[in-house]
Ligand binder design. Sequence first.
Ligand SMILES: C[S@@+](CC[C@H](N)C(=O)[O-])C[C@H]1O[C@@H](n2cnc3c(N)ncnc32)[C@H](O)[C@@H]1O
Length: 216
Amino acid sequence: MIFDDPIVAATFEEYQARVASERRLMAGGGASANRPVSRDDLLLPVGPEVGSFLHSLVLARQPRRILELGTSYGYSTLFLADAAKRIGAQVVTMELADYKQAYARERLARSGLVDVVDFRLGDAVALVEADPGPFDFVLLDIWKDVYLRCFEALYPKLSEEGVIAADNMIDPATARPSVRAYRAAVKAKPDLQTVLLPIGQGIELTVRWSAENAKL
Ligand SMILES: C[S@@+](CC[C@H](N)C(=O)[O-])C[C@H]1O[C@@H](n2cnc3c(N)ncnc32)[C@H](O)[C@@H]1O
């Protein structure tokens, strides 16, 4: 198990139970209490495989400042915050919906991880523009039509050897036009190396690196 702390592990199991219940609901047609389920009712999590991958990557890369775009209900934040706490890093997480942020904050507080998380409410593009940076590690997982604008806002603040993990590169298929535009923008930057990883719903893993900054 990735989470050593039993309280964090218990919170993760609660999230997984909610994921399973949402899957059953959607398989049954997606109606809840006589109203259709909206995407804002759902966790829409990165999933355990990507969560574990991000956790390991944070431990290996040792970023000081982690940026999460798309807190949702805090599933991915749990992985980032647990890894951040182990290495003395900070997570800045951004979300549009106050009720999702409140849910995430409560879960992280209960898990003893709230001290390493700076919760910010509002539009990620404006919030990133207002932050001086730098960002050493970024999880990009907001609505896909905002990926490109977010990338443009955060790219100048990405530290040397900084990493961006962008979710939903493969699924859902409806996101493909936005995702294509995002990947093209990343590939156009000469100081970014990037690769598509077929894990979870598809992660584009991008690293800022240039020969001039190589430590010889
Ligand atoms: C796919 S969910 C994030 C899932 C989360 N990373 C996880 O794994 O649990 C996307 C979230 O981004 C939020 N969002 C969408 N557009 C946003 C924006 N422009 N600024 C801030 N948050 C945004 C949505 O409200 C939603 O909660």
